[in-house]
Design a protein around this ligand. Sequence first.
Ligand code: FE
Length: 289
Amino acid sequence: MSTQPAIPGVRPVLAAVEGMATSDGAGVSMTRMLGTPRLRTLDPFLMLDLFGSDEPTDYLAGFPDHPHRGFETVTYMLAGRMRHADNHGHEGVIETGGVQWMTAGRGLVHSEMPEQTEGLMRGFQLWINLPARLKMTDPRYQEFPAASIPVEARDGGTTVTVIAGDTARGTAGPVRAEATDARYFDVTLPPSASFVEPLPAGHTAFLVLFEGTLTVAGDAPLAGPLTGPRVIVLGDGERVEATAGAEGARFLLLAGQPIGEPIAWGGPFVMNTRDEVMQAFRDFEEGRI
Ligand code: FE
């Protein structure tokens, strides 16, 4: 927790939380960064998994057919390839550097399976909640390969890959996330480089440090540079400021408008009430999805 006086306009660091090793799907080893006993949810963000291994036994089992309803899943591949297929005939491969932003809406059943059988597989899957008015919307995909995702070059070799939302300098990501006005940036800082980015006041915001070390303005003065993988939760303010350590740093910057509604979460379904979750299970069992 931050104990130093607030820097005017800078979002303070509220918490810096390490991920927890977990297993999901048919036995995929991963690090759960958000949606754990240490860090349950950050409205509108529900869950974040970091999968990363060069051991095929850690990922080959993949995620066979499973349903979703009531939120969005965002898969961003840092390395390797993931094939997906759903019960409406939508199918494809997310290649290295590519993103799939899936609005599950009223529901679908899909599989997510590694396309490769050897080598490094690494990426993130984020779950973003939907407001009640959109939970039963038609399923929708926004999919982009690396070549369609702009990279904003800043002074000194800093790069910002803009997946969703707009940077303050005007680079627009290809994904439009109207429901939560979400921003999803992948930031790479050379050693000792600094990063400053204004963010809308009132948006939930956090960094996900996954390479190198980072000092975030507004952190406790004696905390020193942070290491990853770690979620750095920011309080409210006008902007985030961070400086890489001697090894440089790479992190996600995620921000979105809180929904502020009750969350009823049952496995792959995230609704507002327990009855709605039970209905989702019944619909799935009876094939109404
Ligand atoms: Fe899924």
